[in-house]
Each structure stands twice: as structure tokens, then as C-alpha cells.
Design a protein around this ligand. Structure first.
Ligand code: G3P
Ligand code: CA
Length: 243
């Protein structure tokens, strides 16, 4: 029997119950018993790291256009909560720094790099993490494994994870041929079975499948022995796991 309990990772905070990637969404995730959060980052034209899933502002704010073509002064005026419900009108797109200020030291923060921005993102992110003094709280993941490779080479102290949606034949073997030390696998939960989790664990890899929201999927991943589960509903997963 598997006695290991996965950690609860709030996807974009508690994206099922609050506007994704806002401070209130992150606060709610922790109120609901999350052990950590997952978030997405982009960079403004003046080099500020902002927390937003899309490269554009259109879907999750009352603004439009590419984040990388806006200044922070422009982005900070936008409403990132109204589209979710009236209760969240006035929520803003947060800076990564603001999220770190909200999250207590020692809790897990998975930063997903969405775009390299010609190397500007990794430079800004590593500078931020070094200055924060909280590099050990963080795992940086990306679908772009070249970015992950460059980040680990530039800063061996930072933990990095491979994010992917493919149904790989051998997940652990893929990570082992990347050429840098990989901390974790971030597979789609649809393509991650118990044998994959067991092999990953034997290879010393942590496993954080995304984004499971259904109780049956939680149970499958718990039985598989994964390290953590990324979910839009931290309270739901916490309930399944018990206190
Ligand atoms: O990091 C896991 C998951 O967030 C990846 O997909 O599209 O939700 O960023 P997406
Ligand atoms: Ca993400």
C-alpha cells in the first residue's frame, strides 16, 4: 500500500473558484489548505515579471494586446477579476514579487515560464530569485525544455522541471537525456500511470502532474504515489487527502 501523501498545488492559485493568477486566487489556495501554488509568468516591455497565463491581456483582463508590448504602469491599471464574478472586480494582474510577498517563506512555488522573450525572461527571473533569497522554495517549469536547460546551466541552485503533454514511452528516460539535473516531471495527468510514477521516483525525480480536478483522477494519482498534484480546486483535493 502507498502511504505517501502528495502535496496540494493550487493551479494558478485556486483557479476553479477565483480569477486565475490573482493575489486573491493565491490567498484562497492557501486558505483551502494548499501546500504550494503554480503560476505563469510573462515580462512587460520595461522588464517587470507579471503573473498571467496568456501572452495577451484579452482573456483575463479588461485590457488587450501583448503583455510584452505594455509597460507595468499600463498593466497595473487593468482589472483581472471582473470576468470571473462581481466579487472579484478590481483584482489586478500581480507582479511576481507581490505573489512572493503573499506566500509564506518555505511554501512551494512552481513558476511556469511561458515564453523566453529572447532570453530576457530567464535573466530577469534568475535575478529576481537570487535577490528574493527564496530560491529553495521554487521549481521553474516550462514546456520549452531549452529554456529549462539554459536556466539550470545559468543557476545550478535552482530546481527545474519538465512540463509536457505528450504521452511519453519512458518519462524518466526523457528527463535523463536533457543534459542538466532535472528535479521534477510535470506531465499531463491524462498520460501518467503508476508505473511512470514508480520509475520516476526510482530515478530520483519528483512528479507533479497537472491539472487534475476530478476525485477519481485525484485517487489515481494518489495511488500512483506522485509527489504533488496540481489542481484548480485545492479544497477538494485536501478533502480527499484528509486533514
Ligand atoms: O504547470 C501545469 C499547467 O499549468 C500547464 O498548463 O496551460 O495550465 O499553463 P497551463
Ligand atoms: Ca501553467
Amino acid at each position: 500500500m502507498n502511504t505517501h501523501q502528495p502535496i496540494v498545488i493550487g493551479h494558478r492559485g485556486a483557479a476553479g473558484e477565483a480569477p486565475e493568477n490573482t493575489l486573491r486566487s493565491f490567498a484562497l489556495a492557501f486558505e483551502q489548505g494548499a501546500d504550494g501554488i503554480e503560476l505563469d509568468v510573462h515580462i512587460t516591455k520595461d522588464g517587470e515579471i507579471v503573473v498571467c497565463h496568456d501572452a495577451t491581456l484579452d482573456r483575463t483582463t479588461n485590457g488587450s494586446g501583448l503583455i510584452c508590448e505594455k509597460s507595468w504602469e499600463e498593466v497595473k491599471e487593468l482589472d483581472a477579476g471582473f470576468w470571473f464574478s462581481d466579487a472579484f472586480v478590481g483584482e489586478r494582474v500581480p507582479l511576481l514579487r507581490e505573489v512572493f510577498e503573499l506566500v509564506p517563506r518555505g511554501l512551494f512555488i512552481n513558476v511556469e515560464v511561458k515564453h523566453a522573450y529572447e532570453g530576457r525572461m530567464e535573466k530577469a527571473l534568475l535575478a529576481f530569485l537570487r535577490e528574493s533569497g527564496r530560491i529553495e522554495d521554487v521549481v521553474i517549469s516550462s514546456f520549452d525544455h531549452k529554456v529549462i536547460h539554459r536556466i539550470k546551466q545559468a543557476e545550478p541552485e535552482v530546481r527545474v522541471g519538465l512540463l509536457y503533454s505528450a504521452d511519453l514511452y519512458n518519462h524518466a528516460a526523457y528527463a535523463q537525456q536533457i543534459g542538466v539535473e532535472v528535479h521534477s516531471l510535470h506531465p499531463s495527468h491524462h498520460h501518467f500511470e503508476k508505473e511512470d510514477a514508480v520509475a520516476a521516483s526510482a530515478a530520483g525525480l519528483a512528479t507533479y502532474p497537472y491539472t487534475a480536478n476530478d476525485v477519481r483522477d485525484y485517487q489515481k494519482l494518489i495511488d500512483a504515489g506522485v509527489t504533488g498534484i496540481i489542481t484548480d480546486f485545492p479544497a477538494r483535493l485536501r478533502k480527499v487527502l484528509g486533514a
